[in-house]
Design a protein around this ligand. Structure first.
Ligand code: GDD
Ligand code: MN
Length: 399
């Protein structure tokens, strides 16, 4: 069991110059109380890897001294599975550090992680590896790209998961913005992309550390469906949400930036311009409908009711233009009506969130910074537009 800083070295000397063409994979399986799963996981993964890259991989179970003695079962499997290594940790605790400690003893040029409870479908493994072979520094199994999903999550859990992602996008856009599923615990990374970075994980989401502190160029994503657990139970509690926020803030402060925005994520100015123009068109739609409904010479409806309808129609107008123009490439790939409807509902929710933000910023700026309501409103609108654009880009059209 390694101690000291959570740092990955460059390729160990014992491996430099070996293997040649085929990539060597060190796949970590973190476990805590997985006695009913561990055997199946090891068997399924070994079979798969023996077929695809025989002799070019190792499985590393990192167990935090589980009271159900998962480590013992894992150790008993090592005779049958020569590529299996087992680490029983008695000093340290926690998912992220378990993964890193596993990587530290790994000899592969590619480092990977997969849950030990079969919720991550093993079939995806080879696709991840292929992506890295084809040049990606990081290949992430994602629930939020085509072919991805969650099998039967409640609305509450989906909302919590999306809320966490949203918060991350606001605090660390340059990190969270690089992958569609930043919470994924199923991925592979090229050793050279994280070598010599000191990882400093609080809690559960090791991928954030890898992107935030590593030197990750090309990223690939592979869709997967997060299966239901059959044996054992999840270790996620409220504490993980607190840890997550702590983690975001810590990464943000220690890297001093919102992530590596400047390097790989190029701000999509073309799209932003189109988005802005569409937004501008919405103003006229809103004004026009407001006139038709509330003007004394027309329908003369009550102002608030008219404005709500006008605003909603403007949102619909903006959605249609954005879907057909700003994000034409995305909607061309996802044309089915339920996909469009889903995008529209997200767009709508995000724009309503933007409205709340608008009101908040207007009040803040007006009361504390610039006591001119029009300048304050201009600033509020500018910030809200960027919010609307960025969040919709990531969540509605998922670019
Ligand atoms: N060594 C060690 N130490 N392993 C742990 C610990 C720990 O403190 N806590 C959890 N694990 C192991 C579990 O045994 C399991 O194999 C895996 O980590 C995931 O834990 P779950 O408790 O099953 O988490 P989940 O099902 O909610 O999955 C969520 O987190 C995963 C890991 O980040 C999802 O967000 C997944 O997408 C993600 O992969
Ligand atoms: Mn799980």
């Amino acid at each position: 069991v390694p101690t000291g800083p959570l740092k990955i070295s460059e390729l160990p000397p014992s491996r430099v110059g070996t293997s040649g063409e085929s990539i060597h994979l060190s796949l970590v399986i973190p476990t805590y109380k997985e006695r009913d799963n561990i055997k199946n996981v090891v068997r399924i993964l070994s079979q798969l890897l023996d077929e695809s890259i025989p002799g070019n991989y190792e499985l590393i179970v990192v167990d935090d001294d589980s009271p159900d003695r998962t480590w013992e079962i894992a150790e008993s499997l090592t005779t049958e599975y020569p590529h299996l290594r087992v680490m029983r940790r008695q000093q340290e605790r926690g998912l992220s550090s378990a993964v890193i400690r596993g990587w530290q003893v790994g000899t592969g040029s590619v480092l990977g992680v997969i849950d030990g409870d079969l919720q991550h479908p093993p079939e995806v493994l080879m696709e991840l590896l292929r992506s890295v072979e084809q040049g990606a520094d990081l290949a992430v199994a994602s629930r939020h790209v085509e072919g991805g999903g969650v099998s039967s999550w409640s609305v509450v859990r989906r909302l919590l998961s999306r809320g966490a992602q949203l918060l991350g996008l606001v605090i660390l856009p340059g990190v969270l913005g690089r992958v569609s599923d930043p919470m994924s615990g199923y991925f592979m990374v090229r050793r050279s992309a994280i070598a010599n970075a000191t990882l400093n994980p609080v809690g559960y989401k090791i991928l954030l550390e890898v992107i935030g502190r590593g030197n990750v160029g090309e990223v690939a994503e592979v869709g997967y469906v997060f299966c239901e657990r059959k044996e054992g139970e999840s270790k996620v509690t409220w504490k993980q949400y607190i840890d997550y926020i702590h983690h975001l803030v810590r990464l943000r402060l220690s890297t001093g930036r919102v992530g590596r925005l400047s390097r790989k994520v190029n701000f999509p100015f073309g799209r932003f311009l189109r988005f802005g123009l569409v937004g501008f068109s919405g103003v006229f739609v809103d004004m026009g409908v407001l006139y038709l409904l509330s003007d004394p010479t027309t329908l003369a409806w009550q102002l608030t009711r008219s404005k709500i309808i006008a605003g909603e129609i403007a949102i619909l107008n903006n959605f249609l233009w954005n879907d057909a123009w700003t994000f034409a490439d995305v909607s061309a790939r996802q044309q089915e009506w339920h996909q469009r409807l889903k995008r529209f509902l997200k767009f709508n929710a995000i724009c309503l969130g933007g409205l709340v933000l608008n009101v908040l910023i207007l009040n803040l700026v007006f009361n504390f910074l610039i006591p001119n309501r029009y300048i304050a409103n201009f600033i509020a609108i500018a910030i809200t537009t960027i919010w609307n654009f960025w969040i919709n880009l990531k969540l509605s059209w998922r670019v």
